[in-house]
Design a binder for this molecule. Sequence first.
Ligand code: NAD
Ligand code: GDD
Length: 346
Amino acid sequence: MKTALVFGGGGFIGGHLAKRLKDENFWVRIVDIKPAHEFWSHDDICDEYVPGDLRDPKIVENVFEAPGDKPFDEVYQLAADMGGAGYIFTGDNDANVMHNSALINLNTVYEAAKRKVGRVFYSSSACMYPEHNQLDPDNPNCEESSAYPANPDSEYGWEKLFSERLFLAFNRNYKLNVRVARFHNIFGPMGTWAGGKEKAPAAMCRKAAETPEDGTLEVWGSGKQTRSFLHVTECVEAVLRFMRQDQFMGPVNIGSEEMVTINQLAQMAIDLSGKNITIHNIQGEEFIEKYGFRCPVGVQGRNSDNKLYAEKMGWQVSRPLIEGMRDTYVWINEQVKLAKENTTAE
Ligand code: NAD
Ligand code: GDD
């Protein structure tokens, strides 16, 4: 039986990935600082769920101990201190994001090399791309080769860039078999949908679900900024295909090329709600007055560039955004109802 170690498996992408590995009959160990996964039952996603802080090198050393005393076949490093624009662009979390995620990556890569694991996947982010190539909402450049000269617009992006280099250095110096991918805004059910760390697709679905008929839905910024969003099931498929080939180690983009404005994304969520809701774009002084900090917009434009992945892998993602938004809206609408019922019962 093959074995896999999933760091951050208590989170969104890690939960889906662990489920897929379990379905493929892997023996799966999840390690996460959360005591339990919020949405999955552990039997569905792993054989062992270890609550643990990966900033602690002792814990990392222990969890690399594989069953049968053989090194893990596959290691997935998805644990990070992260969130959407409302978390990484306010400035308040910069020190923690850099410190926490860098420690996790330093511990992981060191132990993976020491234990001679089969291979290790590192999840970087599109946030490492230079801001100056993402100023035009209609024409962003996120080709892998455009990464340098580096100029990410967030400390989260700088840490990702550092850790990409860290994993690649361990490949060069210690022959660690690494795979590095840059995720572009991954969304879907069983992920953060409230609380401040949620990303735009989840936020739009939640707001549309909560807004009454003839109400107003708030969208941060002009609404003209662009992004692309990849459904988590296709993300997992792309990760596994990339992980299990021997042609190249990345970095490579994993994302969708279906670029939309954030107002278009919001309108999709509104249409799925079936309600008559008006978009209100909140920015500038109005935003500061209401929330006490600058509107966290991030880059003006971003789109995945999938040429390299398609060329190397002979496969590419294809699921339309609206399809993914449909199942995300259904799930979030359900969460909103459950949360309301729980508040009423208290
Ligand atoms: P997530 O927040 O749902 O999952 C990350 C998990 O890491 C969480 O469960 C968290 O508890 C865990 N974690 C954080 N600190 C830890 C610690 N000290 N010890 C152990 N566990 C710890 O995020 P996600 O959306 O599933 O993202 C997974 C990875 O992909 C992250 O590295 C993230 O930066 C990267 N990424 C995600 C996206 C996206 O759109 N979701 C985009 C780009 C990159
Ligand atoms: N989160 C959120 N919530 N964003 C909103 C909202 C809202 O209610 N309204 C408008 N937006 C806008 C943000 O201001 C931003 O311009 C855009 O929607 C996208 O926001 P997010 O989805 O939160 O983040 P991002 O695309 O800027 O960055 C995300 O993707 C990266 C990879 O592409 C983050 O999740 C990063 O952590 C990730 O690495």
